[in-house]
Design a protein around this ligand. Structure first.
Ligand code: CO
Ligand code: CO
Length: 352
């Protein structure tokens, strides 16, 4: 919060609904607050008031808090809170994911204001991780490494993608708080689609299967992808696998403090292009990782963002060939002068 106030300087205040930013700033992660107004109001002097539904009374603690009952109009409460904090006008940051229905009501109580997305401030703060955050991310990464080895030890042949996705989810939830996102299991031709939703297709002999999953541990995410062969690996897919593995390694080796994020993308992209598969690498090389699965810094070709120590992101090049299949290999990395992998599961092709 103290750091947040430094970043807040050029704004007059912030309206923060539950989500990763509220958790980051206060440690609060109230559940099921979608339709009832739950809002932290902060002004630039660092004064804050939490407005929360009465049913959270025993759960939340904050220095100044106003609870409202279901029969009350929360916007009347909000109007009083805004006046008490001298926040009737000015430049106001609003949580990006705040519901439009809340914002439309809130606008009525603010005069001469301009709204800005809260992320303009929080993305800068959250990109640079603290020691504790990195510790939690390491733990989240260890969990997905374990889950990968466990799933690779099972007989996947004949199982549907959906069933394998469920097994992955079960394994993650035994070890972590939650999945970071619904697992992706893409087999055979389906693997040509980077974000394939696991379906009824049964895994067959000769398939390449992309397994992409993440764990959430005390709020922090991991995100790993491994591609495995079932029973037998055909020559074409084997060739592609080696190219992706080398591209991923080159991108990883390129990571160091002070270079552009775009250069990491280019390290992977150039290798894939040189091998003749440039047009089949159809997404950026990676994304920042933290309280959310996708956050700054994005590892895309045009990014001028300078990498700094304690930034965390994924490196996940892939090649996707329609009607054949695809390969992606993804690791989580932290910048500590050079890159350091957080996920460490086997990257050599495994034929299960
Ligand atoms: Co992933
Ligand atoms: Co990813």
């Amino acid at each position: 919060m103290k750091r947040f106030l430094e970043y807040l300087e050029e704004y007059d205040g912030a309206l923060i609904t539950p989500g990763s930013n509220l958790y980051y700033l206060t440690g609060m992660a109230p559940q099921a607050t979608e339709e009832r107004l739950f809002l932290l109001v902060v002004n630039r002097d660092g004064e804050s008031v939490l407005i929360a539904p009465k049913l959270y009374e025993n759960e939340v603690e904050w220095k100044n808090v106003v609870f409202w009952r279901d029969e009350e109009n929360p916007y009347g409460v909000l109007e009083r809170v805004l006046s008490s904090l001298n926040l009737k006008s000015g430049k106001i940051l609003v949580e990006d994911t705040m519901r439009a229905s809340f914002l439309i009501h809130i606008e009525r109580f603010l005069e001469n204001y301009t709204f800005y997305p809260l992320s303009v401030v929080t993305k800068e703060m959250r990109m640079r991780k603290g020691e504790k955050e990195i510790r939690l991310m390491k733990k989240a990464a260890e969990i997905v490494d374990k889950v990968f080895y466990e799933i690779a030890s099972r007989d996947l042949m004949g199982k549907s993608e959906k069933q394998v996705a469920l097994e992955i989810e079960f394994l993650i939830r035994e070890l972590a708080d939650d999945v970071a996102f619904p697992p992706i299991v893409a087999s055979g031709k389906n693997a040509a689609n980077p974000h394939h939703s696991p379906g009824e297709r049964k895994i067959r002999h000769g398939d390449f299967v992309i397994l992409d999953f993440g764990a959430r541990y005390k709020g922090y995410c991991s995100d790993i992808t491994r591609t495995v062969a079932i029973g037998h690996a055909n020559e074409k897919l084997k060739e592609i696998y080696e190219i992706v593995k080398e591209a991923q390694e080159r991108a990883f080796q390129s990571v160091r403090e002070g270079i552009k994020a775009g250069d990491v993308d280019i390290a992977a992209r150039e290798h894939i292009a040189r091998k003749g598969y440039g047009e089949y690498f159809i997404h950026r090389t990676g994304h920042g990782l933290g309280l959310e699965v996708h956050e700054e810094p994005y590892i895309s070709q045009a990014s001028e963002r300078i990498l700094e120590n304690s930034m965390t992101f994924t490196i996940e090049p892939g090649i996707y060939i329609p009607n054949l299949g695809g390969v992606r290999i993804e690791d989580d990395v932290v910048v500590e002068k050079k890159g350091k992998r957080l996920t460490k599961a086997e990257r050599e092709l495994m034929v299960l």
